[in-house]
Design a protein around this ligand. Structure first.
Ligand SMILES: O=C(O)CCC(=O)C(=O)O
Ligand SMILES: [Mn+2]
Length: 204
């Protein structure tokens, strides 16, 4: 699945058609992933959002938070989010992800999957404010959950399942969002908490 030929900054490029996806199972973040998980769960003012999809209201099946530069407003599933100011921990993590991915980010969406019942539906990160070919840097902490990728048009391509390890970095860039959807399924068996951070660049 990995091609060392295309490795950049300690990340391996995954062999996925019509996509530019890189993965490193463990990146240096200045602290152990378990400690970062604990700090994020305790320090972040987690919110349970109601979202509007095609005119119907749903409780999101996870908790979220949005941090970023003051001008990095974001509309997500019908929600317009005003970012909270960077904390020391989030700004340290941002610097690490920027160095590893050779990209600049002005915001981060945090997702807290409390247990096996929490999930994220299949979607593309293709909101207009992310620009045409967004770079998304995604850190995972805690329980290993499966990140599923499904091609939007080529039904003959098998879905790709990536086990996102605690302390890992996943990078999506190029045309990935045009061709693929991704999401996190619920699990049948109980599991521990997972926190995911997706760093993004919102264009003014
Ligand atoms: O939890 C994950 O790994 C996926 C998060 C995600 O796709 C998003 O925040 O847009
Ligand atoms: Mn996403």
């Amino acid at each position: 699945m990995t091609q060392d030929l295309f490795a950049t900054g300690g990340l391996d490029r995954l062999d996925i058609a019509d996509a530019e996806v890189y993965y490193a199972p463990r990146v240096a973040l200045g602290a152990e992933p378990d400690l970062i998980l604990k700090q994020l769960i305790e320090q972040i003012p987690w919110r349970s959002e109601v979202i509007n999809l095609w005119g119907k209201e749903y409780q999101q099946p996870r908790l979220t938070a949005w941090f970023g530069d003051a001008d990095a407003r974001y509309t997500y599933s019908g929600l317009s989010l005003q970012p909270l100011p960077w904390t020391d921990l989030l700004s340290t993590l941002r610097s690490r992800v920027e160095a590893l991915s050779e990209a600049a980010f002005n915001s981060v969406l945090l997702n807290y999957y409390r247990d096996h019942r929490d999930s994220m539906g299949m979607h593309s990160d293709d909101e207009p404010e992310l620009g045409r070919n967004p770079v998304i840097g995604s850190l995972s902490f805690g329980e290993q959950r499966t990140f599923v990728l499904k091609h939007k048009f080529k039904k003959q391509l098998q879905p790709v399942h990536l086990e996102l390890e605690s302390g890992s970095l996943l990078l999506m860039k190029g045309a990935t969002q045009h061709h693929w959807k991704h999401g996190i399924n619920k699990l049948a068996r109980p599991c521990g908490p997972r926190v995911n951070l997706t760093f993004r660049r919102i264009l003014a």
